[in-house]
Design a protein around this ligand. Structure first.
Ligand SMILES: [Ca+2]
Length: 475
């Protein structure tokens, strides 16, 4: 048995010792044997970093509905993805299996052939008496949506585009483009996703349900109806606080992830930085409005008081920090995202939890909250103890993996990165929240590195087969 699994077992035991769990426990115990189990509204948001009001990631952002959801649930302020890319992050969340165990590290590696026996989260609910319905981006597009998981599934649709592309003038960058489009809300696929979800909530259901809505914005391209852009004039927008010399103390393996001569150079040379930041915020604002429609529909439905809401982003996003754009890296901006769990009637609704958790924990958490039997394949832990007591001791850092044997371990104070070639980064978030100063070579912090390195996965599975080895990973 690996040290990691020992840690996990010890941790689970410790987590549950003496935990009274009155509210949530009552919910799950009281409902476990009947058809009155809580429903689940499962909301995925694509490429949404921590630029939402309640996480304080950007001063200009406008997210009243995300903030409203946080006020009726527990907001996890230090939730990190298992992998900073759509496919491996979602595959890990939905199977409960780490990228380092499955070998699914990149967008180019179809997850189902790598994990043929995995019972996904919606499948587990379906096998345990729930009806399951999903629409939009849940698993990564282009790969299997895993039809056995769903009683009903509607695939992601298309979105309006400008008549002439690109809008930003950056040539040959595919969907790395942004700006307003002449379209109404109901032209957008995310609108259709939430309307479909609202229709579902307006119907009578005899079984408890697992309803999944996958919102695509703020994924690129950052096209959305003009009214959302009007709120973010580029000339007044706040740019991220970026240290131009930030990569000087980052090892080559990290610089290779940042690719400073790629997107960042193109964005700055074409004077697009402000427009890009404004466009990302506009798309977040649009998605927030769509979320509001869905929350309204739930609140007005007969399921308002017996539906658990879980909202998660699949990973973070850089907009110039560390001279990097997009996800695909192991720093704070690429790995942190919103994660909110709202349990009806919980006395903790409105609380914040500052413990380090990961999206790997979503599956076991929902299983326990709904009183389902446990799935022994899961590698995360249930966060139910934290939902009961958000300030309780946790002592479990969050592990993120990008590419084989490149890992980041994030504790409440530290981020420790170790790349496949053995090179390292260490950041002290108490003193350096922007991760500007790499302390990995400072002998004073050797005990910190040693302690955090215990959490690096011992298994680094070989790379899963790629869809097409000649193509770079799609987004
Ligand atoms: Ca630096």
């Amino acid at each position: 048995m690996s040290r990691d699994s020992l840690n996990r077992r010890e941790f689970i035991q410790r987590s549950f010792q003496g935990a009274a769990l009155p509210i949530i426990h009552q919910v799950s115990m009281g409902l476990a044997r009947s058809a009155d189990r809580p429903n689940v509204l499962f909301i995925a948001v694509d490429d949404l970093n921590d630029w939402i009001g309640c996480l304080g990631g950007h001063p200009d952002t406008k997210t009243p509905n995300l903030d409203r959801l946080a006020n009726r649930g527990v907001l996890f302020t230090r939730c990190y993805c298992s992998a900073p890319a759509c496919n491996p992050s979602r595959a890990s969340l939905l199977t409960g299996i780490r990228p380092s165990s499955s070998g699914v590290y990149l967008n180019s590696q179809p997850w189902r052939p790598a994990m043929p026996d995995a019972v996904t989260l919606p499948m587990w609910f379906k096998q345990n008496g729930y009806s399951t319905a999903g629409r939009g981006k849940l698993f990564h597009g282009g790969y299997s949506y895993d039809p056995p998981a769903w009683d009903e599934y509607v695939k992601q649709g298309s979105n309006p585009e400008p008549p002439v592309k690109p809008l930003n003038g950056i040539k040959n960058t595919a969907h790395f483009d942004w700006g307003p489009v002449d379209a109404a809300d109901d032209d957008m696929d995310d609108f259709k996703v939430v309307e479909w979800g609202a229709d579902f909530l307006n119907q009578k259901h005899d079984q408890p349900f697992f309803l999944a809505c996958g919102l695509f914005r703020p994924h690129l391209p950052w096209y959305a109806p003009k009214k959302y852009f009007d709120e973010f004039p580029p000339e007044t927008i706040t740019l991220p606080n970026v240290n131009e010399n930030d990569l000087d103390d980052v090892p080559p393996a990290g610089v290779k992830m940042a690719k400073p001569d790629g997107d960042h150079r193109r964005v700055t040379e074409t004077h697009n930085w402000r427009k890009a930041v404004a466009s990302y915020l506009a798309c977040i604002h649009f998605t927030d409005a769509m979320l509001g429609r869905l929350l309204d529909a739930l609140e007005q439905s007969q399921y308002a008081d017996n539906t658990i809401i879980v909202l998660w982003g699949d990973h973070g996003w850089h907009l110039g920090e560390k001279l990097h754009w997009r996800k695909f890296a192991l720093w704070e901006e690429a790995t942190r995202m919103p994660f909110i769990v709202s349990v009806p009637g919980s006395a903790q609704n409105g609380a914040r939890c500052d413990r380090t958790v990961t999206l790997l924990d979503v599956y076991p958490t929902l299983v326990e909250l709904c009183g389902l039997k446990t799935n022994p394949a899961l590698e995360g832990v249930s966060l139910t103890p934290l939902l009961h007591d958000p300030r309780r001791e946790w002592n479990r850092p969050a592990v993120t993996t990008y590419g084989r044997n490149n890992h980041s371990v994030r504790s409440e104070r530290w981020r420790y990165i170790r790349y496949e070639d053995g090179s390292e980064e260490l950041y002290d978030h108490d003193a350096d929240p922007l991760e500007w100063t790499n302390l990995a070579s400072d002998a004073r912090f050797e005990p910190v590195r040693r302690d955090l390195s215990r959490w690096m996965p011992e298994i680094n599975a070989p790379d899963a087969e790629k869809r097409d080895a000649t193509k770079p990973g799609e987004e």
